[in-house]
Design a protein around this ligand. Structure first.
Ligand SMILES: Cc1ncc(COP(=O)(O)O)c(C=O)c1O
Length: 470
């Protein structure tokens, strides 16, 4: 084999390629051997060189072809920002809890439980049954499948004390996930430019939904016992707000659960201001040491707008949730839903109803509580051992997260970057505050994949923090 011969073939073919259309077939090796009087090894070497230069591509068993030339020109979409103008609110394209992670990472950042905690068998058979039935080709009622609405209403009705009129199926509006429901509520009941009170810290998605709807988020400090009723009353009075968004049971991110007394006090403030309380009961089935007590069961005058989702306990793929609401508020929310997305997939509603009405559902929930406890306790122990500087205000009695305060002065961005470099994803507390964060917090989800790796994850966080404190 001669390098000179190979270079000669490369030079000849480059000239040929320069005038050939993209996709043209390069002469066969046999033809090139004859044309250049070269051996097979020399021709193969020339073809490898052309491939490495990106000029040809070989398709095994078919031949070698001229590669389509890609322009290296950087595309410029700057005109779009000129056309769109500056956004009213800068909403992140992807919040940390929605980031995907590869299986080798330790994911403590997520917002949804790992699939091993979902009722997989029930979900699969419910979807199969729904696909075989009428739902596969049906359009749902605008407010949702009547039987599913009845199920949500009954869940609340069964916990409603005597003397309070329980909600009925007609009070339920099915939505494709509670995030979408929140957006509707803010648009329909708060309105552009008007204030909404949010616990601080609160669910990051509520902050985004408020920004998206153009409503003004007003933070109300909230701790392990919920918001202070006097502070809350002041916030209502100062801002003229008529809506409070809150999570009385296992709040995201703090895990706080309000006492019965606190719940009554907050409801009294809400009633006295002629306001609404949007109760997000997202973690209804995630009780560990206690069960969830929806505040909505104490209201029949339409003050509480109750949200409950099945995306975290049934499956993230079954994007079905409910808003339970009465009076003109219900009509306005339903009108917003119609304008926004008309109706929710009947197939998913049918499957969701199937899952939650199986006998296996109750068994599943019982074992889920035990798994949550084991995972929560393991992550707490791992933190205590490897991140002794992280403080937990309290042990959450349910939910999916630990809310840990790190030492003052911690550079959270750097910590997150360092942890990610070492394969651990965590969610920054900053995303949970409607305004300035009250301190350097992180949210750690104990329902991600592979709990046996929690100690390793904590070790990485501990090391990254120690480097900052050194
Ligand atoms: C407190 C809270 N509310 C609502 C949602 C939205 O849930 P979905 O839209 O999946 O029902 C989430 C999801 O993380 C949440 O944590």
């Amino acid at each position: 084999m001669s390098d000179d011969s190979s270079s000669r073939i490369v030079a000849g073919l480059r000239a040929w390629i320069a005038q050939a259309p993209p996709g043209a077939q390069v002469p066969s090796n046999r033809a090139l051997m004859a044309q250049y009087g070269a051996g097979p090894v020399t021709v193969q070497k020339a073809m490898r060189t052309l491939g490495a230069l990106g000029l040809v591509e070989s398709r095994p068993g078919v031949g070698t072809f001229v590669r389509a030339v890609r322009t290296a020109r950087a595309l410029d979409y700057g005109w779009q920002t000129a056309a769109l103008g500056a956004p009213r609110a800068r909403i992140p394209t992807l919040s940390t809890p929605l980031r995907s992670s590869s299986p080798d990472m330790i994911g403590l950042h997520a917002g949804y439980p790992d699939r091993t905690l979902l009722p997989e068998r029930l979900v699969r058979s419910a979807l199969t049954r729904a696909a075989r039935g009428a739902a596969a080709l049906a359009r749902s009622d605008a407010a949702g499948l009547p039987e599913l609405r009845a199920w949500f209403a009954t869940e609340l009705a069964e916990a409603t004390p005597a003397g309070v009129t329980p909600p009925a199926a007609r009070d339920v509006v099915i939505v494709p996930g509670s995030q979408s429901g929140l957006s509707s509520i803010f648009r329909a009941l708060v309105g552009f430019g008007r204030p909404v009170l949010l616990e601080s810290p609160t669910y990051w998605g509520a902050i985004l939904a408020a920004a998206q709807a153009g409503v003004r988020a007003v933070p109300v400090p909230s701790g392990p016992d919920g918001p202070d009723p006097a502070e809350l009353a002041r916030a209502f009075d100062e801002t003229g707000a008529r809506v409070l968004y809150a999570q009385p049971n296992y709040a995201n991110p703090t895990g706080a659960q309000w006492s019965g007394e606190r719940a009554e006090q907050v409801l009294d403030v809400v009633r006295s201001r002629g306001a609404f309380l949007v109760e997000d009961d997202w973690a209804h089935d995630f009780g560990i040491d206690t069960t969830a007590h929806p505040l909505a069961t104490h209201d029949d005058a339409g003050h509480v707008i109750y949200l409950r989702s099945l995306t975290k306990n049934v499956s993230p793929s079954v994007r079905v949730a409910a808003i339970v609401t009465r009076g003109p508020a219900r009509d306005r929310i339903l009108a917003d839903r119609g304008a926004e997305s008309m109706y929710v997939s009947d197939l998913l509603q049918t499957a969701a109803l199937d899952v939650v009405t199986q006998r296996g559902w109750v068994t599943h929930l019982r074992s889920l509580g035990q798994q949550l406890r084991a995972r929560r306790d393991l992550l707490i122990e791992s933190l205590a051992e490897h991140v002794p500087d992280a403080q937990l205000d309290h042990v959450p009695r349910g939910g999916l997260h630990l809310w840990a305060r790190l030492p003052d002065g911690t550079d959270l961005d750097r910590l997150l970057r360092d942890c990610e470099t070492e394969g651990v994803l965590i969610a920054p507390g900053t995303e949970s505050f409607p305004a300035e964060p009250a301190g350097p917090y992180v949210r750690l989800n104990y329902t991600g994949p592979a709990p046996e790796r929690f100690p390793d994850g904590a070790r990485v966080i501990g090391r990254a923090l120690a480097r900052q404190l050194a």
